[in-house]
Design a protein around this ligand. Structure first.
Ligand code: B12
Ligand code: SF4
Ligand code: SF4
Length: 296
């Protein structure tokens, strides 16, 4: 059955698919508890640690987790003022569609097959699952790095009730050159494979409300209006990587947004034009605010 799953996923263009065990994940519990004590948990994450380490609290009788990588590297675009992960159509939608196709396929093959699919906004910890499923290794910048596509990969997963044989984690880390630590505009990279989200420019660029002077200074250190790519740009593991093989992330790219144009249009019009883009989820005023701060 695992062979059939892999063949079906490959047919959808998903080259990297692996299986993580169904937990509970005691080693992750320790990481999350330490992080909580250090005040590093942010509001974009699931609150309850027990839900993050135990798939069976999300799907009763969970037996394994299918994990897939979705590369999105398109090559550097110099005039870009958006982060690379938002160039293409919203990855949440594209990935969910592919995971649902896998779900339908397995439902047709396995009696009483049940699953729940997630990308980004699910209860579990996506990078941890990809690591456990043998799809990559950790960087000091906290990214999950894949041998072929580097860290420019999204992660999607399906908690399910079929006991697929788990894969083995790759027992290595990045080469620890520390270039990401030196280049990070927010000095957010702690050096122990964790980051401080509140100093991360990506977090600040998505944070609503007024920014402190320090946050504004961090934002001003780069030109991107949304997100931050610096710790990936400088990473040697991203030097000779392949561009995405997925059609959906190769076409319809919007690497640049003109804030003068945004000032002229209503929120409704903004959503009409850009609601299928990951950079639009916090609204247009965040982008306009960031533009003003960066140009100050
Ligand atoms: C909250 C969140 C953020 C927050 C905080 C990020 C953070 N590092 O905590 C903010 C807004 C800052 C953010 C930014 C970005 N994010 Co984000 N984010 C998330 C989200 C929703 C939750 C992250 C989380 O749970 N963190 C908790 C910590 C404990 O887990 P972790 O981040 O995976 O950290 C791991 C390492 O620290 C490692 N670790 C810890 N201690 C140790 C010790 C040792 C020895 C070792 C080896 C490892 C190790 O284990 C942890 C568990 O996996 C995930 C999706 C999800 N639900 O998981 C996406 C996710 C992590 N983000 C993603 C992306 C693409 C980004 C950005 C690149 C976007 C951008 N260009 O601006 C940046 C990158 C910033 C960075 N350097 O991490 C991708 C990452 C894909 C990848 N290849 O790694 C994810 C997985 C979404 C997805 N499904 O594809 N993000
Ligand atoms: S995304 Fe930017 S601000 Fe965040 S850790 Fe990486 S380099 Fe630092
Ligand atoms: S830049 Fe160097 S230290 Fe940072 S993640 Fe890449 S290899 Fe590791």
């Amino acid at each position: 059955m695992k062979k059939l799953l892999i063949a079906f996923a490959n047919n959808l263009g998903i080259e990297y698919v692996g299986i993580a065990p169904a937990g509970p994940y005691d080693d992750l519990k320790e990481i999350l508890e330490k992080r909580m004590v250090r005040g590093l948990k942010c509001e974009f994450e699931e609150d309850e640690i027990k839900k993050r380490i135990d798939p069976s609290l999300t799907l009763e009788n969970a037996k394994s987790v299918i994990v897939c990588l979705f590369p999105y590297y398109t090559g550097k675009i110099e005039m870009a003022n958006l982060s690379m992960y938002t160039y293409g159509l919203d990855y949440h939608k594209i990935i969910m569609e592919k995971l649902e196709q896998i779900g339908n396929f397995l439902t047709s093959r396995i009696t009483d097959f049940r699953y729940k699919a997630f990308v980004d906004s699910g209860p579990l910890v996506d990078r941890y699952l990809a690591y456990k499923a043998g799809l990559g290794f950790y960087g000091i910048n906290s990214h999950l790095i894949n041998e072929k596509y580097g860290s420019y990969v999204f992660i999607g997963y399906m908690i399910n009730n079929y006991p697929f044989e788990p894969d083995l984690a790759i027992e290595k880390t990045c080469i620890q050159c520390k270039k990401c630590i030196q280049a990070c505009p927010g000095t957010a990279i702690n050096g122990d494979f964790t980051i401080n989200p509140f100093r991360c420019r990506s977090y600040i660029s998505q944070k609503k409300g007024d920014l402190s002077q320090e946050e504004e200074e961090i934002l001003r250190k780069d030109k991107l209006l949304f997100g931050c790519d610096i710790c990936q740009d400088v990473c040697p593991h991203n030097e000779r990587i392949d561009k995405t093989n997925l059609d959906e992330f190769q076409k319809n790219l919007i690497p640049f947004i003109d804030c003068d144009e945004l000032l002229m249009i209503s929120n409704k019009e903004f959503l009409r034009r850009y609601k299928n883009r990951a950079f639009s989820w916090r609204g247009k005023n965040i982008l306009i605010r960031n533009d003003k701060i960066i140009k100050k």
